[in-house]
Design a binder for this molecule. Structure first.
Ligand code: B12
Length: 311
């Protein structure tokens, strides 16, 4: 057995101990040789997410983020829990946002994993991130065999579907890479056909301008009427392209109590949401993913959902 392989097994064992549901490894080189990100940006599919364009070069090559990087360790953490009973006039919130903010929940185990990797060989350095780092997490997950990229562009696994967060540790340590994942969608097009706004313009390619998730979370301005009228009662994110995915029949309940639904957050009353003052919004949602949409965004979304309900 080679030394890198020995280390790879130790890293995966530690990841499991820290609660991660899956861990895979890829060699840290150019992740996007076909420049899919560049094409996506050139088509304007990032909408107003200027930070996606500003960091595109670093996203495509982890060695630009961590000089000397040799490996990327990819982690998945399942957040699935069954839907709570919906109240009368409830808005819908994407499942990933039913509990505590995942950036905060995953920070500690991720830091511990990075410290463990650094302890394996002298002078090893790591860069760990969840979501907000300039890292193409889905492409890395596919390359590290953590899951296949679905037609909805999400990473899917045969054992737990797609209800999981991704995180990565870029490291200067050389680790034995895993085999890349292969397609598991086959001829299925349920996600493409079910998207209320036709946001999945090609298999694996999402136009954020049309995506309800983008409009309800990231858009700081007005939502175009043609899209808003299709929001139904989504007030934060959207799960339609995951709800219809056949692989999600295999979803299993999360083992992380912090991800379990808080009723006021997972199915909030639309009238209450629309009436929230800024301090009330902060008191109710501080430490949760909903803060990302800000007070103005949540109130706007609740009003759109009320209009869609015929108010
Ligand atoms: C920007 C962003 C968004 C944007 C744009 C979405 C998009 N599809 O690009 C918006 C706001 C719309 C969004 C929405 C959501 N997001 Co988001 N988002 C991101 C973020 C920050 C960057 C994604 C990105 O780089 N997009 C640019 C495109 C070009 O890259 P890409 O999405 O990776 O897709 C490329 C690859 O799939 C590649 N590709 C295709 N086939 C193959 C095959 C191989 C072998 C390879 C190597 C590559 C490859 O080509 C695609 C480009 O066309 C990531 C976190 C991160 N740092 O990566 C989270 C992330 C992707 N989001 C996540 C989640 C959960 C969501 C939502 C489900 C939230 C919700 N319920 O509302 C929705 C899902 C909407 C959807 N169908 O994509 C999770 C996904 C977890 C998973 N299991 O896959 C991530 C990874 C965050 C995290 N750390 O967990 N998101």
């Amino acid at each position: 057995m080679t030394v890198p392989n020995f280390h790879a097994e130790a890293v995966k064992r530690r990841a499991r101990e820290l609660g991660f549901d899956a861990c895979g490894i890829a060699a840290a080189d150019q992740i996007d040789p076909e420049d899919r990100l560049g094409t996506w940006l050139a088509r304007g599919f990032h909408a107003a997410m200027k930070w996606m364009a500003a960091t595109s070069e670093i996203r495509q090559d982890p060695r630009k983020k961590l000089p000397g990087a040799r490996s990327v360790v990819v982690l998945a953490r399942n957040y699935y829990s069954p839907s709570p009973a919906a109240n009368e006039r409830a808005g819908r919130v994407a499942r990933y946002a039913w509990g505590r903010d995942y950036h905060r929940v995953l920070r500690k185990p991720l830091r511990e994993l990075a410290a463990f990797i650094e302890s394996l060989e002298p002078e090893t350095r790591c860069y760990a991130s969840v979501d907000s780092g300039p890292v193409m997490e889905r492409s890395w997950a596919a390359r590290a065999g953590v899951g296949a990229i679905g037609k909805n562009s999400l990473v899917l696994r045969r054992d737990i579907g797609s209800w999981f967060f991704l995180a990565t540790v870029i490291t200067t340590l050389e680790l034995e890479p895993d085999a890349p994942a292969t397609d598991i969608c086959g001829t299925c097009t349920l996600c493409i056909d079910s998207c209320p706004t036709a946001a999945i313009v090609e298999p694996g390619v999402v136009d954020s301008n049309r995506c309800i998730s983008y409009q309800t979370i990231e858009n700081r301005g007005e939502v175009p009427d043609s899209i808003a009228s299709l929001h139904d009662n989504w007030v934060f994110g959207c799960d339609v392209c995951q709800d219809v995915c056949p692989w999600n029949r295999f979803a299993r309940e999360t083992t992380e109590p912090d991800f379990l639904p808080r009723p006021d957050q997972a199915s909030p009353n639309l009238d209450d949401l629309a009436a929230l003052s800024e301090p009330q919004f902060r008191a109710r949602f501080s430490g949760t993913p909903l803060m990302r949409a800000k007070h103005a965004g949540i109130v706007r979304n609740a009003n759109i959902a009320r209009e869609n309900a015929g108010d």
